[in-house]
Design a protein around this ligand. Structure first.
Ligand code: PLP
Length: 396
């Protein structure tokens, strides 16, 4: 072929999840694989009204090129809703928080520079970092997130110092775990002591079920953190609207990277969301999402209790978000379970996809938000059947 590929393309891989999602297109498959918000939560009527209103009040403005920083009233609304003192000039509206990860990687990573991540971590972040050819180092983590002593040991110094720690304190993707207050305090203190910047990704923080999570890491040391947020899980992912909040020292470079990437995030979408947000819409809407997702989490937990008894399978109880993390018994690998599960009509994501370092092959991620409670019952029964079949398989 006449094209010579850049060496960085060698670091780019197709998302395992997108490949698995193809399987789920087969008729009759219930997918617990994708991280798709429930379409029942999309506020279609509110957007229909906002769309008409935006077009009537300033249709030409909404359809014109716009500022790379984002639509002023939306930046102000984002700053106002965050639980620390944020200057709207520090808010960059992004094309989903996924773009925030891409911009951060471009601005902070050189080829060969080290970046620290939790174990496991968000696959999309690993994909966003990869083209910059960093060395991604997994920090040992437990049910509360990164181990502080391991983090301190991993920061390094001089030219080898890690450029940042990427961390998801709330209802993490993929595990659903949440970082405790004590762990947050220790993490921020350790990072500040060692001059390690934190990139905090928080798309799920508003989706708590019983009580709000502790304050974000960024609220405790705004000068040392870049914070990523998203409207994907509280309004709709199709808007492709996210934001980042960055210290003034790094903001201009993130803005220049954004200009090079896409000039700006669609102004029409930004104006519609600014319109929808007026009058405290999220305060009424988000509790309805929490109620639905809590019911679906409970349906999954009940089905797991009912179906998985005696199979040696264990799982956690996420306090919010969209995902539950399951561990198969010793010797049973999630990649071997997947084809048996698909044959029985259910799909999931093997956990190995989410590890930067050594993967735990026994783990898998289940989403409890896309399928209905009735489908979850059917799917978990099918999954238990697949586990029984794998336990009997001759290779074990
Ligand atoms: C942890 C995390 N960060 C970022 C994203 C990207 O979200 P979006 O680009 O839709 O804002 C996702 C999406 O699933 C996610 O789980």
């Amino acid at each position: 072929m006449p094209f010579t590929l850049a060496s960085r393309t060698g670091k780019m891989n197709p998302s395992v999840i997108r490949e698995i999602l193809k399987l789920t297109e087969k008729p009759g498959i219930i997918s617990l694989a994708g991280g798709l918000p429930s379409p029942r939560t999309f506020p279609v009527d509110a957007f229909a009204r906002a769309c008409a209103s935006v077009l009537q009040s300033d249709g030409a403005g909404a359809l014109q090129y716009a500022a790379s920083e984002g639509y002023g009233p939306l930046r102000e609304a984002v700053a106002a809703q965050l639980p620390w003192d944020v200057d709207p000039a520090q808010v960059l509206i992004t094309t989903g928080s996924q773009q925030g990860l891409d911009l951060v990687a471009k601005v902070l990573l050189d080829a060969g520079s080290r970046v620290l991540v939790e174990t496991p971590t968000y696959l999309g972040a690993l994909q966003a970092f990869a083209p910059m050819e960093p060395v991604v180092q997994a920090v040992p983590s437990d049910d509360e997130g990164v181990d502080i002593a391991a983090l301190a040991a991993g920061v390094g110094s001089g030219a080898d110092k890690a450029r940042f720690l990427y961390v998801l304190p709330n209802f993490q993707n993929p595990t659903g775990r949440t970082m405790s207050e004590a762990r947050r305090a220790a993490l921020v203190a350790t990072a500040a002591e060692r001059g390690l910047p934190i990139v905090e990704d928080n798309p799920y923080g508003d989706l708590w079920f019983d009580a709000p999570p502790p304050a974000p890491l960024t609220a405790r040391n705004p000068a040392g953190c870049i914070y990523l947020g998203s409207f994907s899980k509280v309004l709709a992912p199709g808007l492709r609207l996210g934001y980042l909040v960055a210290p003034h020292a790094v903001f201009p470079k993130l803005l220049q990277a954004k200009q090079a990437a896409d000039l700006h995030t669609p102004g029409f979408n930004q104006r519609m969301v600014a319109e929808v947000l007026q009058g405290g819409f999220l305060e009424r809407h988000v509790p309805t999402i929490r109620t639905l997702y809590r019911q679906q989490r409970d349906a999954m937990l009940a089905a797991l209790e009912r179906e998985m008894g005696g199979l040696g399978v264990s799982w956690n109880r996420p306090a919010g978000g969209m995902f539950l993390w399951l561990r198969l018994p010793q010797g049973m690998h999630a990649v071997d379970l997947l084809p048996l599960a698909v044959e029985r009509g259910v799909a999931f994501v093997p956990g190995a996809a989410f590890y930067a370092g050594d993967a735990d092959a026994h783990t898998l991620r289940l989403s409890f938000v896309t399928a209905s409670a009735a489908q979850i019952d059917t799917a978990i029964a099918a999954l238990a059947d697949a586990v029984r079949a794998l336990a009997l398989a001759p290779t074990l």
